[in-house]
Design a protein around this ligand. Structure first.
Ligand code: FAD
Length: 396
C-alpha cells in the first residue's frame, strides 16, 4: 500500500526536474518532486557560465544546431538537437516569465561566445546563471500545489497495474508516470578514480542504474567530460570550474614558456586533450602542492567585462589571495559532465513506457561531447517536454 499517489512523480530537484514539475503542474497534473537532499542541492545551481540560445543578428537555431553537431563530432541525435536549438529562444522567454533576469547591454542580451560556437550565443545572469534559474523554478514549485519530498532518494521503482510505485526514502509513492531527472554520476566517478570533480556530492548515478535494471537503453554512457579549466591552486579552488566565459572574454591558455598551445575556445574535449598533452610533453607547470597545471592568463580580460560577467569568480579567487586580473591562474582539467545517458525520444520518454528522462541523466542531445551552455538549455527544453508529456500520458 502506497503512502501517497500522484499523476506525475519527478525524481530530482535540479533545473530539469523543477522544469518538468512546473510543466506537468501547468498541464493540470497532481505532481510530486522527490529528491535526495535538500531541494536546493543539485549541480544546476552551481552552473555559472550561462545558457545558449540563438538571439544574435548573425545567428539562427540552424547555426546553433550545426555547432552542436560539430562539437559532438557528429555523434549527437539530430532530431533532439533540432528541438533543443529551435526551442531555445522560447525556453529563455519562459524563464523570463518565471522571473529570471538575464544580463543585458545595448538594448539586447549580453551574449558571449563559448567553446565550439561559431557565434556569440551565451546568455548569462552575471556568473550565477544556474543559481538564478533554479531559484526562479523553485519559487514556482514551492508556490504551486506541487508536493515535495526532500531527503527522499529513489531506491526502487516497480511497475504497478496503473503505473509505478517508487520507494523514496521512507515513502512509498504511487504515480501514473515518472520523470527521472536525477543528474549525472561524475562525483562518484571522480571519487572512484581519485580525481577532482566540479560536481555536487549527489551526482552518483544510481537512478540511471535503476532505469537500466527496468530495461531502459543508454547511449554514449562511457563518454564523460572533463572541464578544461578546473582550479588547480589555491587549495580552496581545487575542483572549482573556472567559467568558460573567462576565455570568451579574452583569457588564453599558456604553457610553462608562456606560449599559447591551443585554441582556447575550441570544443571542450579538444581543449582538455591539449592541456593533458602539453603537461605530458613536459611543458606544464606544477602547483605548490605538486599537481600538474598550465596557466590561464586571465589578466587579459578587460576589467569592465570581468566586473559584469565574472564577479563571483573574482570574489572567490580574491578571497583565496589571488587576483585573476593581475596574475595568471593555475588550471587543469577536472571531471565535470556525463555526456551520454538514457535514450529518449522527442517527448523525453525513455525506452520504458511511462518513464521519462531529462537533463544530464538523458543521452543523445550532446552526443559524446557537450558544448558549454547547452546543459541548462537541455534541462529547460526537455524538462518542459518531459513534464507535459508525462502529464498527458497520465490522462490529464
Ligand atoms: C560547477 C558546474 C558548472 C556548470 N556550468 C554550466 C553552465 O554554465 N552552463 C550549462 O549549461 N551547464 C553547466 N553545468 C552543467 C549543468 O549545470 C548540469 O549538467 C545540469 O544543470 C544538470 O541538471 P539536472 O537537473 O540534470 O541535474 P542536477 O542539477 O545535478 O540535479 C539532479 C538532482 O537529482 C537529485 N538526485 C540524485 N540522485 C537521486 C536519487 N537517488 N533520488 C532522488 N533524487 C536524486 C540530486 O540531489 C539533484 O537534486 C555546470 C555544472 C557544474 C557542476
Amino acid at each position: 500500500m502506497a503512502d501517497f499517489s500522484f499523476d506525475v512523480l519527478v525524481i530530482g530537484s535540479g533545473a530539469s526536474g523543477l522544469a518538468a514539475a512546473v510543466a506537468a503542474a501547468r498541464s493540470g497534473a497532481r505532481v510530486a518532486v522527490a529528491t535526495k537532499g535538500a531541494l536546493q542541492s543539485c549541480n544546476s545551481a552551481k552552473a555559472q557560465g550561462g545558457i545558449q540560445a540563438a538571439f544574435g543578428e548573425d545567428d539562427s537555431p540552424e547555426q546553433h544546431a550545426q555547432d552542436v553537431w560539430e562539437s559532438s563530432h557528429e555523434t549527437a541525435d539530430r532530431d533532439l538537437v533540432e528541438i533543443l536549438t529551435t526551442e531555445a529562444p522560447f525556453a529563455i522567454h519562459w524563464l523570463e516569465e518565471l522571473g529570471v533576469e538575464f544580463t543585458r547591454e545595448n538594448g539586447g542580451y549580453r551574449l558571449a561566445r563559448c567553446g565550439g560556437a561559431s557565434r556569440k550565443r551565451l546568455l548569462q545572469v552575471g556568473d550565477r546563471t544556474g543559481h538564478a534559474i533554479t531559484t526562479a523554478l523553485r519559487d514556482v514549485v514551492e508556490s504551486a500545489a506541487i508536493h515535495t519530498f526532500p531527503k527522499s532518494p529513489l531506491a526502487d521503482l516497480a511497475r504497478t497495474e496503473n503505473g509505478w510505485r517508487a520507494r523514496c526514502g521512507d515513502h512509498a509513492i504511487d504515480a501514473t508516470t515518472v520523470v527521472l531527472a536525477a543528474g549525472g554520476r561524475c562525483y562518484r566517478e571522480a571519487e572512484e578514480r581519485g580525481e577532482l570533480s566540479t560536481n555536487h556530492p549527489g551526482a552518483t548515478g544510481e537512478v540511471t542504474q535503476i532505469a537500466i535494471d527496468l530495461g531502459a537503453e543508454v547511449r554514449d554512457f562511457d563518454a564523460l567530460q572533463y572541464h578544461p579549466n578546473g582550479g588547480a591552486w589555491p587549495p580552496n579552488m581545487q575542483g572549482y570550474s573556472i567559467p568558460e566565459t573567462t576565455r570568451a572574454y579574452g583569457a588564453v591558455l599558456l604553457n610553462a614558456d608562456g606560449e599559447e598551445f591551443t585554441d582556447s575556445l575550441g570544443p571542450r574535449d579538444s581543449v582538455s586533450r591539449a592541456i593533458f598533452d602539453e603537461v605530458e610533453n613536459g611543458k606544464g607547470v606544477e602547483t605548490p602542492d605538486g599537481r600538474p597545471a598550465v596557466y590561464l592568463d586571465t589578466t587579459r580580460i578587460p576589467e569592465s567585462d570581468a566586473n559584469v560577467s565574472l564577479p563571483y569568480m573574482l570574489r572567490r579567487y580574491r578571497a583565496g589571495g589571488i587576483d585573476p586580473l593581475s596574475e595568471r591562474l593555475l588550471t587543469y582539467p577536472v571531471l565535470h559532465y556525463q555526456n551520454g545517458g538514457l535514450v529518449i525520444d522527442a517527448n523525453a520518454e525513455t525506452t520504458v513506457e511511462g518513464v521519462y528522462a531529462c537533463g544530464e541523466i538523458a543521452g543523445g542531445t550532446h552526443g559524446r561531447n557537450r558544448m558549454m551552455g547547452n546543459s541548462l538549455l537541455e534541462c529547460c527544453v526537455f524538462g518542459r517536454r518531459a513534464g507535459s508529456a508525462a502529464a498527458e500520458k497520465a490522462n490529464i
